[in-house]
Design a protein around this ligand. Structure first.
Ligand SMILES: [Zn+2]
Length: 354
């Protein structure tokens, strides 16, 4: 699995670290993992690009920064990261399983979000995440609501959180799992370690993770699930992890929702044969601090229960003097509701060649 490492240590002098962007093999020589408990061999991956599809139908090369990773087959040859190394994915998953059990301190009946099964696979119980998000969302809207209703008891998830304090370890687990997914760039081999459970179903990795250019695939998935509205407390809202790039942040309008809107970079997608639609992700949150964290230009991995709008034809033509009229494609929106910081983490896209 391609866990990305930003800085490596020099083999000839492990106290010296070099950043991937400044690494010169001839000059620095071989490099090793910077974790002191580890020190396995790593190698530099030079700068790359990734092709992304833009609104006007053209493509653009997104530059990708260099980084370090394990040489090919290192894990098979038992030359991977040490068991205690922070870049060791298997060990990280095992640590997270132990960590997620902490909810039991609050209530012995609380279900941990992660659990290792007899098969050796770890279950990530996404229905619990969904319940937690519903509770948080409810509270946020109650707080933001001009009417200021008294916060209600959580209506859902009583099986999982009998008391409010248990939310915190749940959210820390969510955050840690998201960071792990981001660190391996959504690499599908994570599915060999972690099974995504949703109630009694399994969610395929491909149905859960969407990379920076997967807008159309996500739209089609949510359409197939009929996810046009967020239906609180229902058991059929499907969560996803989606890598987005922030475009701009808009303060809330004085309406009943008081939501911050964070526009993300959209993509022109072919969602059916001959049907091209510009798909626009937009993050919505009632939390100003959280909105301010989402700095324009940066990539984030967002884990949430999204909804989609129908497709709207764009009637107005864009015209600039002296230039031919540009065609405006029909548009649809993917709305990503964020109720807690644990749902977002920084993301670094990988290059096409990976
Ligand atoms: Zn290591």
């Amino acid at each position: 699995m391609a866990a990305r490492i930003e800085k490596a240590a020099l083999r000839k002098n492990p106290t010296v670290e070099v950043e991937a962007a400044l690494y010169d093999k001839n000059d620095h020589g071989p490099v090793i993992c910077p974790d002191r408990r580890c020190g396995c061999d790593v190698q530099g991956v030079g700068p790359g690009t990734r092709t992304i599809h833009k609104e006007d139908g053209t493509t653009e090369q997104l530059p990708i920064a260099p980084y370090f990773r394990l040489p090919k087959n290192a894990v098979k040859l038992l030359l991977g990261h040490a068991a205690q190394c922070r870049f060791n994915i298997d060990a990280t998953v095992t640590r997270l399983v132990a960590y997620s059990r902490e909810v039991r301190k609050f209530d012995k009946d609380c279900e941990p979000m992660l659990a290792r099964r007899d098969t050796g696979l770890v279950e990530y119980r996404i229905h619990i995440l969904m319940d937690v998000l519903n509770v948080l969302g409810q509270e946020m809207r109650n707080n933001a609501s001009a009417k200021r209703k008294k916060p209600e008891d959580p209506l859902v998830a009583t099986r999982y959180q009998r008391i409010r304090r248990a939310l915190r370890p749940y959210l820390r687990t969510v955050r840690a799992v998201n960071s792990l997914i981001a660190r391996v760039n959504g690499d599908s081999s994570l599915a060999d370690l972690v099974r995504l459970c949703f109630g009694s179903h399994t969610i395929a990795w491909r149905d859960f993770f969407y990379d920076i250019d997967d807008h159309g695939r996500l739209y089609n998935y949510l359409k197939e699930k009929g996810q046009f509205r967020r239906s609180f407390g229902a058991d059929h809202d499907w969560p996803v992890a989606f890598a987005i790039q922030v475009q701009f942040v808009r303060a809330p309008a004085e309406n009943q929702y008081r939501e911050w809107e964070i526009a993300c970079v959209g993509r022109l997608c072919q969602i059916a044969p001959g049907v091209k639609v510009f798909i626009n992700p937009v993050i919505k949150t009632n939390d100003e601090k959280l909105a301010r964290l989402l700095t324009p230009g940066n990539f984030f991995l967002v884990c949430t229960i999204p909804t989609i709008t129908g497709i709207k034809e764009q009637t107005k033509q864009v015209s600039e003097p002296g230039k031919p009229k540009k065609r405006r494609y029909p548009r649809a929106w993917v709305r990503l509701y964020i109720d807690h910081r644990a749902q977002i983490c920084a993301y670094t896209p990988h290059s096409d060649s990976q």
